[in-house]
Design a protein around this ligand. Structure first.
Ligand SMILES: Nc1ncnc2c1ncn2[C@@H]1O[C@H](COP(=O)(O)OP(=O)(O)OP(=O)(O)O)[C@@H](O)[C@H]1O
Ligand SMILES: [Mg+2]
Length: 465
């Protein structure tokens, strides 16, 4: 975990830094907000900014976002009162750490941000086989393609490979190829020179250079457009990159891990993915089985998540009842580990007795896992209980849904609002039309009916709005 501290390093902040270092953070320091942005732009990345509350946090976050640098900020400060803390949070800080620091709080904040501390939990034989292969190849320099359904743990696996590699002391950088529009992805990956395009106000180092010596995770690589695939292929083959607008190639030393939840061989057949690139990436393929194909993992994962969320919410760890375990193992987890994780998070909060019982385990729509224990008891709970239940149900409509589910709802609602007009929906959603089409194809594959495009009316209606 790389921590960038922004502000004057007076006594108490220095103590906090020492605590962070004791937790394994690599710390660098600048005094002002603009210096922080400059350092990030130069490719000296950070996983977390710890910023003195007297620095203009809103301006710092705005400057970073303006260059698509997304690093979470926590504020800290000596002698800050509640208003200062609230202002920092309003400005976009995720947390406020009062100084003098408490070691526990520093540790909690670091581990909440540090994804690399997510352990790989597994017990099922089919997963053990994949892990054995992963252990064998981790120390090699081979490119690895990790495939599997959404939520199976592809990113966890990528971090596991990096941790087991010779590059573990060097950065692990991930880029989500689906989340960044095509025209920006190139400069995100390869960087750009000042003046390369309108808005390129300063040189910006890309992720390839930031990951130098370490591992670069290209997440959802199937979404990368074909032109960029050519540039990526050259980068992998020749180990040099060209910054956008650059005049000379820059050599890089990185190992590539890519993920996809699509069948890339099919994408090759359809012409949306380069075959030569697939060969380059797919030196080793780790296919992660869906959670329903590895029932032996369900109980250990559920126990792990109960501990994790009990600790995060400051509640005691309760054991999962035998009934609940049976229900968990027999459920078909279409959202895979992520869905199980969300369900256990809710269960930790909902469980009332000494154990986590079946009726505490709910699906995102609030339905219990088993048809047996329907929430009839709620209606005996009096007006307060009923009100709480209603409020809870409203929150639950969002909380616990996966981002993928929320995204699907948002996309389909926006599309029907635009009477099926893809271009307008993509504009409103702020995604490329290609990404939108890919998403819609995915939903159609799962049997969802998609609003068909309609003629002229909708277009003018939207343009007027
Ligand atoms: N083996 C595991 N042990 C512990 N936690 C896991 C494991 N596998 C997945 N998780 C947890 O499940 C969630 C989803 O995992 P991850 O993000 O790695 O999935 P993914 O395959 O990359 O999903 P997507 O295709 O949607 O990007 C994460 O919160 C992760 O920490
Ligand atoms: Mg992922």
């Amino acid at each position: 975990m790389r921590l960038l501290v922004v502000g004057r390093l007076s006594g108490q902040l220095a103590t906090a830094v020492k605590m962070a270092m004791a937790h394994g953070a690599k710390v660098s320091h600048v005094e002002r907000g603009d210096q922080a942005t400059e350092q990030l732009r130069r490719g000296q990345g950070a996983d977390l900014l710890m910023v003195d509350y007297r620095v203009d946090i809103a301006a710092l976050i705005a400057a970073n976002e303006n260059e698509r640098i997304h690093v979470p900020v926590v504020a800290c400060g000596v002698d800050a009162d509640a208003t200062d803390a609230a202002n920092a949070i309003r400005a976009g800080a995720k947390e406020f750490i009062p100084l003098p620091p408490e070691a526990d709080l520093i540790a909690a904040v670091l581990s909440a941000v540090a994804d690399d501390e997510r352990p790989m939990i597994s017990a099922d034989p089919s997963m053990k086989a994949v892990l054995q292969l992963a252990d064998q190849v981790a120390r090699s320099e081979a490119s690895i393609l990790i495939t599997g359904e959404s939520g199976v743990g592809k990113e966890v696996m990528a971090r596991y490979l990096h941790a087991g590699s010779k590059r573990s002391e060097r950065p692990f950088i991930s880029v989500n190829c689906a989340a960044i529009p095509d025209n920006l992805l190139e400069s995100e990956l390869f960087g750009h020179e000042k003046g390369a395009f309108t808005g390129a106000m300063a040189r910006r180092i890309g992720k390839f250079e930031e990951a130098d010596g370490g591992t670069l995770l290209l997440d959802e690589i199937s979404e990368m457009d074909v032109r960029l695939q050519a540039k990526l292929l050259r980068a992998i083959q020749e180990r040099v990159i060209d910054r956008v607008g650059g005049t000379r190639p820059v050599s890089v030393d990185i190992r590539i891990i890519a993920t996809s939840n699509r069948d890339l061989a099919k994408s090759v057949a359809e012409g949306s993915f380069r075959e030569d690139l697939l060969y380059r990436l797919n030196v080793v393929n780790l296919r992660l089985p869906a959670l329903r194909e590895r029932p032996g993992d369900i109980a250990v994962l559920a126990d792990h998540f109960v501990k994790k969320y009990a600790a995060a919410n400051g509640v005691p760890v309760k054991p999962i009842s035998a009934d609940a375990k049976r229900a968990l193992v027999s459920h078909r987890w279409n959202g895979n580990v992520r869905e199980l994780e969300n369900a256990m998070h809710r269960a930790v909060l909902l469980a009332v007795g000494p154990e986590i019982d079946v009726d505490a385990i709910r699906l995102p729509d609030g339905q219990p896992l088993s048809a047996g224990a329907h929430g009839a008891a709620v209606h005996d709970a009096g007006p307060a209980g009923r009100a709480a239940h209603v409020a809870d149900a409203v929150t639950r409509a969002h909380v616990g849904q996966t981002v993928a589910q929320m995204e699907k709802t948002l996309i389909l609602d926006t599309l029907s609002h635009c009477l099926g007009n893809r271009t307008h929906a993509a504009n409103i959603l702020g995604i490329s039309i290609r990404t939108l089409r890919n998403k819609l194809n995915e939903y159609a594959d799962d049997g969802t009916s998609i609003p068909a495009p309609q003629s002229g009316v909708a277009a003018s209606g939207y343009a007027a709005a």
